[in-house]
Design a protein around this ligand. Structure first.
Ligand SMILES: [Zn+2]
Length: 165
C-alpha cells in the first residue's frame, strides 16, 4: 500500500491551491506488529515536509508585505536573495530571504532583510524553550557532586515542576 501526502493551502479569499510536491509512505503486506502504522522516522519526514511548506509560505507573504515602505508606501527594490538557516522544533530549514534596498524617500528605517529582523538568532522561540527545558532536566538528572549525599531520600526529593525551567 502507498499513501501520498500533498498539502492544500486555502487562501484568505477561499481559493484552494494544491502543492505539486508530495511525500509517500509505502508499506508491504502487514505481517508483524512492527510494520503497523507510522514510524517515528515517518513522523519526522511528514513534519519536516509540512514545516518547510508552512514556513516558506508565511515568510513569502511576510517579505512581500515588508517590501512596501511604511512611510511612503512605495515598493523597495530587491537588492539580492540570501540563503538563511532557521532552526525549528521540526528540523533545520534553508530559506531564500530577500534583502531590500533602503527606500528612496529616505525616511523609512525598515530593515533591509525582513527575515533576519524577524528571526535574528535564526532559532524559533519554541525550540529555544524546549532546549532550555531539556537542559534544566539534564542538570537535575545529574546533580553536581556537592548536592550528592549518602541519603537516597534527599536525592529523590528533587523534582522538576512546570514553569521552573
Ligand atoms: Zn519610503
Amino acid at each position: 500500500m502507498r499513501w501520498v501526502i500533498r498539502i492544500e493551502r486555502e487562501e484568505d479569499d477561499g481559493e484552494l491551491n494544491t502543492d505539486s510536491d508530495a511525500i509517500c509512505i509505502e508499506r508491504s503486506r502487514l505481517e508483524r506488529a512492527a510494520d503497523l502504522g507510522l514510524t517515528l522516522e515517518d513522523g519526522k519526514r511528514i513534519m519536516a515536509f509540512l514545516q518547510k511548506r508552512v514556513v516558506t509560505d508565511q515568510l513569502g507573504e511576510y517579505c512581500k508585505s515588508s517590501r512596501r515602505c511604511s512611510i511612503c508606501a512605495g515598493p523597495r527594490a530587491i537588492k539580492d536573495y540570501r540563503q538563511r538557516v532557521i532552526d525549528t522544533v521540526f528540523g533545520r530549514l534553508r530559506v531564500a530571504a530577500p534583502r531590500y534596498e533602503r527606500c528612496r524617500c529616505g525616511i523609512s528605517r525598515q530593515p533591509v532583510s525582513p527575515v533576519s529582523a524577524l528571526v535574528p538568532g535564526r532559532v524559533l522561540p519554541e525550540l529555544l524553550q524546549l532546549q532550555a527545558r531539556l537542559g534544566a532536566m539534564s542538570r537535575i538528572d545529574r546533580p553536581p557532586r556537592s548536592w550528592r549525599c549518602s541519603c537516597q531520600k534527599q536525592r529523590a526529593s528533587i523534582t522538576l515542576r512546570p514553569g521552573t525551567a
